[in-house]
Design a protein around this ligand. Sequence first.
Ligand code: GLV
Length: 335
Amino acid sequence: MAKPKALLLGDIDHAKATWESLSDVADLVYPQSTNRKEFLDECRNGKYDGVVAAYRTFQSAGLTGNFDEELVKALPKSMRFLSHNGAGYDQVDVHACSARDPPILVSNVPTAVDDATADVNIFLILGALRGFNTSMLALRNGNWRGKPGPPLGHDPEGKVLGILGMGGIGRNLKKKAEAFGMQVQYFNRSKLSDELAGGAKYVSFDELLATSDVLSLNLPLNKNTRHIISTKEFGKMKKDIVIVNTARGAVIDEDALVKALENGQVLSCGLDVYEEEPKIHPGLVANPHVMLVPHMGTWTVETQTAMEEWCIANVRSALERGKLNSPVPEQKDLL
Ligand SMILES: O=CC(=O)O
């Protein structure tokens, strides 16, 4: 009997041997196309017929575009599983995957990303509180600390950290921030159990905005969270708040953020993610009070390896057991 096929969209850099070991249960197939149109043509021309599971990376959107309704409809009927390499899966229209007949079940990578992302979060919190960017820029421009010298920074000790979105990364960040003496409060769609909250105070969204010294965005991007922080929300915050985002750029309205920085409502911010990556709002690039990292939350050998292994394990499980190990929560009714 012919083996099922497994399709790779994007690159595997660390777990190559594990990917290749899937050839004991599947024929491994790779796209020849170099853009979305060609990929859609390949799908429609039957090149991927027999593909049961696909593995995709965040960067593969450069080839296929987002997994939107058009793409989902073009995929072969044989395809039942999509293993997405990333915690955030806003590039995948899960609703379209569920609605297709037969549905495509989607998995993501929770937990493996938590430590590295929360580390970048802490780096950005400390950097933005201390205002390191101005003097780091001055030094590289040959001006030592710049003139008239950098403004004094602020200690994390005793500051209130508001975490918006208390999933795995938010909870990991909480523990790290407490080691720096920060007091943690959070808002989440639902209150966590005492055990998961670990003593962090649950507050309303408005209270989080009004009483945090540092606000960290740790929630997924979806239609309910796009621009969850915009002009109205900045207006409810403490003056001189520090904003940090390692989630997805579009949870903040970048235009509104630039204005809030310019009018002094926001003291400084630290960003790893942007609304239109790899483009960055010129108002952010121009502002020395903004720490900018080019989407590197999970960019470590250890974490990238763990994420690849995780996704391949999802593909193997799909092929061998007809089940994903870490299905996305939106599809729990389909399982
Ligand atoms: O951005 C990184 C991820 O979603 O894992």
